[in-house]
Design a protein around this ligand. Sequence first.
Ligand code: ATP
Ligand code: MG
Length: 731
Amino acid sequence: MTAATHSTLFPQVPDSADAVLEGLDPEQREVATALHGPVCVLAGAGTGKTRAITHRIAYGVRAGILHPSSVLAVTFTNRAAGEMRGRLRQLGAAGVQARTFHSAALRQLQYFWPKAIGGSMPRLVDRKIQLVADAAAACRIRLDRGELRDVTAEIEWSKVTQTVPADYAPAAVKAGREAPRDPAEIAQLYAAYEDVKRERSVIDFEDVLLLTVAVLQDRHDIAEQVRTQYQHFVVDEYQDVSPLQQRLLELWLGERDSLCVVGDASQTIYSFTGATPDHLLDFRTRHPGATVVKLVRDYRSTPQVVHLANGLLSQARGRAADHRLELVSQRAPGPEPLYTEYTDEPAEAEGAARRIRELVDSGVPAAEIAVLFRTNAQSETYEQALADAGVPYQLRGAERFFDRPEVRKAGVALRGAARFGGNDSLLDDVVDLPSQVRAVLSGEGWTPQPPAGSGAVRERWESLAALVNLAQDFAAAKPGATLADLVAELDERAGAQHAPTVQGVTLASLHSAKGLEWDVVFLVGVAEGMMPITYAKTDEQIEEERRLLYVGVTRAREHLHVSWALSRSPGGRPNRRPSRFLDGLRPGSTATTGRTSTAGAGGIERGITGTRGSAPRRVQRTPARCRVCGRTLTDAGEMKLMRCDDCPSDMNEGLYEQLRDWRADQARRSGQPAFCVFTDRTLMAIAETSPDDEHELARIPGVGMRKLTRYGADVLAICAGQYGGGDTDQV
Ligand code: ATP
Ligand code: MG
């Protein structure tokens, strides 16, 4: 296990341009030194593509060939952009813009809006689904939740492919899309959606790119201004560029050719939004003089992880697969990937949390562990399981760390202490820097132990703890550093948006994990229905799911845990099977068969389900069904509520209010946020079922053994109308 050390957190900045090249192999060096003309790097996961381009930028800047502010580096996720900024800064190339397409465009649009359009920019909506629902209502078309999601995806696809409503139907047929409704209806909904947005004076995510493209196309003066500012472009993860992003890139570039793109066609995972690896694969055709470099040495993962990654790709089909490159691990051997089968999803989450707890207890930094899943909806189960196991986790990426209110406030406090440190009685007796920082941040809510539970309080604490850790690492790397030095470091990091490592297990979707790496990766929910996801129907969609799994596998440096559950909820029918993509790759499976026997197979474990120690964990053993209509529930929120969201509620409002008051009181006493006591949904389910005894209460999702022991008596007394007020002050 490679623990993050002070030297990796605060590495020495290379002292010359040539020193920047020292950490590269010959092919990577070729990329880094090809500073003129178009460059294309085609390479597999973990081969150092991002490393090569960050070194290329740093080399150019340090050698005085590229002016930092003339370079724009673009990538696809905020996490990856944050990672790139950090790497650039460590190489002495701070000042280079590293952004997502979206944030680069947004910045330009905000800046040029008054000049190009006039007035101030409309508000940006972050979720379309409600607007689509309103558009459907205006068209008198009834859409269920799944259809809403699918229609929204069609609208997004239309926009990134620059398809207007009138062209939707023929364009969808041409692209081979399976329209979720009659294409004419989708076109109508799309047009109505645009109207709703206009009426409300809002713009959406895709509008940011569309409007920027329109401004740059129509206003040559503005395009020239942008081109004078940015002269060199570098694009990471280029396999996932959408036609709209490609158009924006072309407008930025103009007639020039200082463009360097890197990508891996086998990691194309955004086709559903219109992205295509064709731009990467056809780069040389469009830029005949391009320098093309291939990298195959995998520096990230052990031979065991690489073997699985290569195995997955060997079964892939399609254009991306035709260009696959066999990876060759450069690392020492490590453990075999571990495969675990669980009876149900909560048991899977508990199993993963238990293993993570063991790893953290044995000294693995939590920040070196990630749990990756297919859909964001899976996150909640893992948040709960990790919180129950007392393991810190982080959902937010490193992006915008310095914009968080608690971090800003902490910065002000540290600055004040640095200025008046000598006279501050708080710091009088404290000599070393980490202790000074702890003393100052105690006033901001930092405590040596994390607060119980998850949620906003926990997130605030994580931010402060990240600053405390940063101070410790800083002091270790620079003995004698003062509080003022730390404040200067924080200012510099804030300028470069170089967030400190947050000490928590990362919970992330596979899509948002691309480009990143961890020592230990848990790939969860690797079952048919999730991987490939049920709505992946066509061969292309299935191939994209396979690539998504490939992306997941290749995030692991050393330890890879793959797991799946046979049923969704405890007591449900065990009708799931492990993902077909693992057939022939995991022990005990064959390449062609459907069902596989896993019992006792080498490397495969059966998860311990439903128990922790000897205490029964979950009482509920039947599939979750709606109490009102009897439908089998699959949505996590509905399962908590024990009914469909739109089935009528039979809630006793008075009881609900009493429970809420009691919860607020409990939260106040224990210093936790209210939802750590019970979430709104659990409280609602309690008010609706009004349980008579412990057994009934325990059947309500969200009421585990721990909460039953702690709050059961109170809740039952409230339900029975016999609660006399809380004089128990348990924490
Ligand atoms: P992905 O396709 O997942 O984005 P990538 O090709 O961009 O991967 P990097 O993230 O740049 O790969 O590199 C993977 C890991 O290998 C990083 O930890 C990086 O520091 C390390 N690495 C890359 N090249 C070298 C090298 N020449 N020497 C030592 N370590 C290297
Ligand atoms: Mg990369």
